[in-house]
Design a protein around this ligand. Structure first.
Ligand SMILES: [Zn+2]
Ligand SMILES: [Zn+2]
Length: 141
């Protein structure tokens, strides 16, 4: 059960990836950066240990930028053919890789554990009662 393998890829299929096991967390993020990255209301980040993510094929280009909030770097990795963001790494979370939730072949296999940066969420977003909702980032333990 804990060794479940899930595959996914970019929109054009040039990039394919595989994850092993359960994600540490799966977060819906309503920050401005995620809105820009996805063009959508929020981004879904499914976070794994780096060693549990394998790029099976394709070329990823990296776009590095710095958070206006913390000043720390984020590196988005996207398909050079179709431009879909497939994954990213964060200075804040070494050894962890985020996977763009919508790029899994089954984009619903994981459960979302929290919604964050809801202070910049669209006003028409509703949250399930069972979900952890944070106005800003997840509290650092
Ligand atoms: Zn592609
Ligand atoms: Zn975000």
């Amino acid at each position: 059960m804990s060794k479940r393998v899930h595959e996914g890829g970019c929109q054009c299929g040039a990039v394919r990836f595989k994850t092993t096991g359960e994600p540490a967390r799966a977060i819906a993020c309503h920050c401005r950066t995620c809105k820009q990255r996805t063009g959508a209301a929020y981004g879904i980040g499914v976070y794994f240990r780096e060693e549990n993510v394998e790029i099976l094929q394709g070329e990823l280009k990296t776009f590095e930028f710095h958070s206006s909030e913390s000043g720390r770097w984020l590196r988005n990795e996207f398909c050079t053919v179709c431009g879909s963001t497939v994954s990213w790494t964060l200075e804040m979370r070494p050894g962890v890789r985020g996977i763009s939730g919508g790029n899994f072949d089954d984009p619903h296999w994981f459960g979302i554990t929290a919604h964050i940066w809801t202070e910049s969420a669209r006003p028409d977003i509703c949250y399930p009662d069972s979900i952890d909702v944070h106005e800003k980032a997840l509290p650092v333990p």
